[in-house]
Ligand binder design. Structure first.
Ligand code: SF4
Ligand code: SF4
Length: 291
C-alpha cells in the first residue's frame, strides 16, 4: 500500500541513534544526563526539555484490542472506554486556527484509533483543516494492525493520510520500557528534578485526550489513571512549557528514569505507587473534567 509505513515501534522514540555511538560514549552521555537532571543543576540551568508545540498526539480512544504489557497509555493496566468526540476535535481545530497554529504533524492514535466509531468523521475534520488552512500538515493514523479489520480501515483512508502500522502480533513488545515503575519509588531518583521531564516531551508531541492537553500522550494517560484534573482545557500557546504538569506527572513515569539511562534491577515491572493506583482504579474510575 502506497501510503503505509511499517515500523516496529509504537509511541516510543527511535533508540537506534544510540547504536551509532559506542557503549563507553553512551555511558558517559547518560552520566552527564543524569547529572543534568539533578535538582542542583536544574535549579541553576532550568528544565532540560522544552514542550513540543509542532506535533499533536491525539489519543482519540483508550480502547485497544491488544492490551500490551507495559502499554504507555495504560490501556491494559487500567482499561477505559473513554474517547475524544468529534465536537472535541472540532473545538481543537477551531482553537488551532484562532492561534494560527499550523501543525507539522497530527498523530491520530490511541489506544487503537480504528476502534473509534467516528474515526472517518474525525479524519474528515482534520483534512478540512489541512486542505483549507494548513496544507503542509501531515495527518498520520497510527494503528497496531493487530486485527484483520484494520486492513479494511486502512484501505478506505484518503491517500493523503499517512498510515503507520506497527503490525503487532502479541501482547509482549520486547522494546517497551517498564512504564509503571515510578521514579518516586526508586532510591536512584531521589535527587532528580521532575520539571526536566524526559525527551518525549520534546519529540513526541503535545498530548490531546478527552480531558484536554498534556505534556505528552503518556502524561495524559498518567493523569487519567491517577485522577489528576490537570489537563489544560484550552490549547496552550507556544510559549507555554506546561512545567507544572511535568512536575506532577513525570515522577510517576517509567520513561523518566529509563530514558536517562539509569540501570535498575527490577523485581517487578509495576512499582508500589502504581500497584496502589491500579487497585484504586479497579474499585472506582476517577471522575475527570472533559475538554
Ligand atoms: S497496541 Fe498500543 S495502545 Fe494497544 S495496548 Fe499495545 S501499546 Fe497500548
Ligand atoms: S517522563 Fe513520561 S510523562 Fe514525562 S515527558 Fe517523559 S514520557 Fe511524558
Amino acid at each position: 500500500m502506497k501510503n503505509t509505513i511499517k515500523i516496529n515501534t509504537h509511541k516510543n522514540i527511535d533508540w537506534t541513534i544510540l547504536e551509532h555511538i559506542s557503549w563507553r560514549s553512551q555511558k558517559l552521555y547518560h552520566r552527564l544526563l543524569q547529572y543534568r537532571l539533578s535538582k542542583t543543576i536544574t535549579r541553576v540551568a532550568g528544565p532540560l526539555y522544552c514542550q513540543n508545540h509542532d506535533v499533536v498526539q491525539m489519543d482519540i480512544s483508550y480502547c485497544c484490542d491488544l492490551k500490551c504489557i507495559d502499554c504507555n497509555r495504560n490501556c491494559s493496566q487500567a482499561p477505559s472506554g473513554d474517547s475524544i468526540s468529534v465536537q472535541q476535535v472540532e473545538k481543537f481545530i477551531n482553537e488551532s486556527i484562532e492561534q494560527n497554529r499550523k501543525w507539522s504533524l497530527l498523530r491520530v492514535m490511541g489506544g487503537e484509533p480504528t476502534l473509534h466509531p467516528r474515526l472517518y468523521k474525525i479524519i474528515e475534520v482534520l483534512r478540512d483543516y489541512k486542505i483549507n488552512f494548513s496544507p503542509d500538515t501531515t495527518i498520520r493514523l497510527e494503528t497496531n494492525g493487530f486485527s484483520p479489520r484494520t486492513a479494511e480501515f486502512i484501505s478506505k483512508m484518503p491517500p493523503d493520510i499517512l498510515i503507520t502500522n506497527t503490525m503487532k502480533t502479541s501482547r509482549y513488545q520486547a522494546h517497551f520500557a517498564p512504564i509503571n515503575v515510578a521514579p518516586i519509588d526508586l532510591e536512584e531518583c531521589k535527587y532528580m528534578d521532575y520539571t526536566n521531564s524526559c525527551i518525549m516531551k520534546q519529540t513526541c508531541g503535545l498530548g490531546f485526550t478527552p480531558y484536554g492537553f498534556d505534556i505528552c500522550g503518556t502524561g495524559g494517560a498518567i493523569a487519567r489513571v491517577l485522577g489528576f484534573n490537570v489537563c489544560r482545557k484550552k490549547l496552550p500557546n507556544t510559549n507555554d512549557m506546561l512545567t507544572e504538569q511535568s512536575k506532577l506527572l513525570c515522577k510517576y513515569c517509567g520513561f523518566f528514569w529509563y530514558t536517562a539511562g539509569l540501570k535498575i534491577k527490577l523485581q517487578d515491572r509495576v512499582s508500589p505507587t502504581w500497584k496502589e493506583a491500579f487497585e484504586k482504579y479497579k474499585k472506582e474510575k476517577p471522575a475527570l473534567v472533559l475538554y
